[in-house]
Every structure is written in C-alpha cells, then in structure tokens.
Design a binder for this molecule. Structure first.
Ligand code: URP
Ligand code: ZN
Ligand code: ZN
Length: 467
C-alpha cells in the first residue's frame, strides 16, 4: 500500500488486486492515465474527489495482458494474414490484452530495419499499446549495425528462426552474431527452435507415403526437431554467455532443456501458447484439421498434460498467443500439403480466458502465477516493466477487471478477430474480462469494445536484465 500523488480521476473499489508479486483486496486510484495509488480497501475513497468510481466486487483487478507474440499483417509464403493493427488491437482489448508485441519480419531480400520502419508506420492505427521484435532472415554484413539501428528505434528483442528454409531460416553462425550483438545492448534473442533438416526429412517421408495433408500435421514436424534445435541454440547462448528466449515451446523436453541450462546459470526463458496447453492432436482427426495447423504442431494428449503440469510448476516464463489470423478458406486451400499451408492460429483475443479456464479455474495455477505468465513476465522479458505488467504507482493504468466465474461458450460470432473460425469454437470457458482500461480509459465494457480510436502508443524497450 502506498500514499497517493496526483489528481484522482477514477477509483476501482471492491476488487481483489492480483499482480505477479502481490494479491489482496485494495482500491486502485487512477489519474492522468497512470496508477496513482493502491489503497487499503477500508479507506473511504469519497474524499479523493474522483469523477468515477467503479465497483469491482467479486472481480479480480489484474494488469492488462501483455501478449509477447503476435503476427499482424504478416506475409509468409503465398499468404498474408487478414488482420491489421486496427482490428487485431480491438480484438486484443476485448480479450483483456492492452499491449501486443508484433514481429517486423522482412520478406527475403528486404532490409530488416526497413521492415521495422514499415511496421512502425502501420501500427499508427493501433488501439492498444504495442512494441516490436525485429527479425533477421539472413546473415547481415555486420549484425551490430542492424541491432544498433533496432535499439535506436527502441527495439531490443529479435526473433530468429531455425526453420522455414528460403524465407526465414538462419544458421547457427548468424544466431551467434545476433545474440552477441543483442547482449551488448542488453537485449534478448527470441528463437523459433525446430531443427529444419529433421522436419524436411519427416516431410519427404510423409509426402512419399501420401500423408503430407493436414490430418497428418503432427507427424510432419517431430518433437525431436524441437528439442534438438533448443539444445543447439542453448549451447551457443551458454558459450557466449548471452540470454535467450524460446518462443512457442510445445514439448516438456524442450522446457526441460531450458531449465537445465538455467541451473547452469544460462539466462534462458521458455514461452508456450494457449493451444499447446489446451488442444491435443485429436484436433487433426476432425472435419477441418487444417484449422489447427501451426508450427510446432499440436502434440498428443499426454504431452499436453505434461506441458500444463510444468506450467503449473512455474517452469514457463510467458504465454504468448502466436496470433496468426488466417480465414478458414485460406487454411483450407492447401490442406492437402502442410508444406505450403499458412501456419498459425488466431488467438490474441482468447489467450487470457482460455488459459484462465484451463489452468486457474481448474485449480492448477494461482492467479498470481497467471499474471506472471500473461502480463508481468512478458512485460519484463520485453523491457516494458514496470510501465506495463504492474499495478503500482507510476505504472500505466492498463487494467483488466476480470470475472473469474463467468462462463461462456466460445463462438467466432462473438469474437473480434478478423477471421471466421476459432480453434476453440464451442468450448465452454470460465473467466472473462468484464471491463478493460487502457491508460485509464475504458476500452471494453458490457461485452463491447469502446473504440478509443488510434490511441495506441509505441513502447520503447528498456534494458532486459531478467535472470
Ligand atoms: O505456425 C506458426 N507459429 N506461425 C507463425 C509463425 C511462427 O513460426 O511463429
Ligand atoms: Zn515461430
Ligand atoms: Zn509466431
């Protein structure tokens, strides 16, 4: 609890405040877009003179979600995702996420800094706040120059891919030079880890056997490809003493490798996604298996249960949506061959509720650990904390007032993402945002987005010193 400085405009009373470090009943005082104070609930807030008091009785008051892994308007292969910053940021707000981190992915031959500048321009339409990961898809003449240009623009995280030959894949030498350069600016290398030759081999065998269609997606990218690439990249990080973050980890052994490395002192971090915790490979047996095609693929039920258990034990550092918004038609077009299909699932809007329901409502994860994975952890690992991911004096007043008991059946017709399907269609989910504030402004209430217009702010990343 702390004393208040500044003019109170809005007070949230009656709720249970949950952060990654603290949880308890409290009143949250907001002014000028920031948190001014977190007060003992017994104090009379009438004296503060705020023009609005929100009663959050029965609700949780959590920091707005920070989604560390979103792909907006991304051209990959022959396909372009359908959404833009306007639609995706609205969907994010409806789902309780107030900050998204997108990727500035160059097309082959494009200058990575120019790709970032183009994304910065597109993001002017954003309704929520945003940051970027840079990306390199080829060895630059001098990685330091590129990383310096990123850092000058406020970008200190860079995603590198060990797969997608010809489009995004880079070799270990490039990974090492980028990692070393990022280390010097206190940045962090994000890695998509799947060993490409193992995947190409599995796909060749599948193609020869006539099993390269979406129904056989799980077999086309074997789990060993993921663990092998994680081991290779960890060896580089350890050798040069640089931090590394693995995106969308889908198997317990890959998370285990990160944990082993951490015990040896490597600053290594694990992210997973809602779909790796809540869907299993039986989805590929249904009517529309292509709707579940993503990389890495959805794994078998036992793997999913073990990954959820590791998450509940605190072994993960962030949960990102890996939001990739294709339509059912786009997904269907090449369902006969997963090598040319658009990969990825829509999910920026459902991230909080799906994970709350599956892990917290189910009794396996505490609300504080949930905030750590959904908001504070991603904010810390993107150099945005404590401006984002915290409820403390001085932090942005990005809040989600969350009803932990509200049950709804997920239906694409109620969602705001620019697609016509949800991988969770028909799933009953308990726990939904009731009210969302972005820098003190109500942006979602009564089940509707209150479109604030393009007020999203670009967030420059600070030094990332997490251990
Ligand atoms: O299937 C996925 N994950 N698509 C998005 C691109 C990526 O690899 O993150
Ligand atoms: Zn990836
Ligand atoms: Zn991704």
């Amino acid at each position: 609890m702390s004393a208040m400085q500044g003019k109170a405009e809005l007070v949230i009373v009656g709720g249970r405040v949950v952060t990654d470090t603290w949880s308890g009943n409290a009143s949250v005082v907001i002014g000028d877009g920031r948190i001014l104070a977190v007060l003992d609930p017994s104090l009379d807030v009438a004296d503060l003179g705020a023009s609005r008091v929100v009663d959050a009785t029965g609700m949780l008051v959590m920091p707005g979600g920070v989604d560390p892994h979103c792909h907006l308007a991304i051209p990959l292969g022959a396909y372009m995702t359908l959404d833009n910053f306007e639609s995706a940021s609205r969907a994010a707000l409806a789902g309780g996420t107030t900050t998204i981190v997108d990727f500035a992915i160059p097309v082959p031959g494009e200058d990575p800094v120019a790709a970032l500048d183009a994304k910065l321009a597109m993001a002017a339409e954003s309704r929520c706040d945003y940051a970027f990961h840079g990306c390199l898809n080829a060895q630059p003449a001098d990685a330091r120059d590129v990383i310096k240009a990123f850092a000058e623009r406020g970008v200190r995280t860079v995603k590198l891919f060990t797969t997608y030959r010809g489009e995004l894949m880079v070799d270990l030498e490039t990974i090492e030079s980028v990692m070393a350069a990022l280390k010097d600016v206190e940045g962090l290398t994000y890695i998509h880890a799947e060993e490409n030759s193992a995947i190409e081999r599995a796909q060749e065998i599948a193609a020869a056997a006539g099993t390269i269609d979406a129904r056989h997606m799980a077999g086309s990218r074997p789990p060993e490809a993921e663990s092998d690439a994680v081991a290779q990249v960890l060896a580089v990080a350890e050798r040069i003493d640089a931090p590394v973050y693995f995106v969308h980890q889908s198997i317990p052994s890959a998370v285990g490798l990160v944990q082993d490395a951490r015990r040896r002192g490597v600053r290594a971090f694990s992210e997973t996604c809602p779909h790796y915790l809540t869907l299993d490979d039986r989805c590929y047996l249904g009517e529309s298996p292509e709707r579940f095609v993503c990389c890495p693929p959805i794994r078998d039920a036992s793997t999913v249960a073990q990954l959820a258990s590791l998450t509940a034990q605190g072994m993960l550092h962030a949960i990102g949506s890996d939001h990739c918004c294709y339509s059912a038609v786009q997904k269907h077009q090449c369902a006969h061959d997963v090598r040319i299909m658009p990969n990825g699932l829509p999910g920026v809007e459902t991230r909080l509720s799906v994970v709350w329901s599956a892990l917290v409502h189910a009794g396996d994860l505490s609300p504080q650990a949930f905030v750590a994975l959904m908001s504070a952890g991603p904010a810390r690992l993107n150099g945005l904390y404590p401006r984002k991911g915290a409820i403390a004096p001085g932090s942005d007043a990005d809040l989600v007032i969350f009803d932990p008991e509200e049950s709804r059946t997920i239906s694409v017709s109620d969602l705001h993402m620019d697609t016509d399907y949800s991988p969770y269609e028909g799933r009953v989910v308990t726990g939904w945002p009731s009210l969302v504030l972005l820098r003190g402004r109500v942006v979602f209430t009564d089940g509707k987005v209150v479109d604030p217009g393009p007020i999203g702010q670009f967030l420059e990343a600070g030094a990332i010193r997490e251990r």
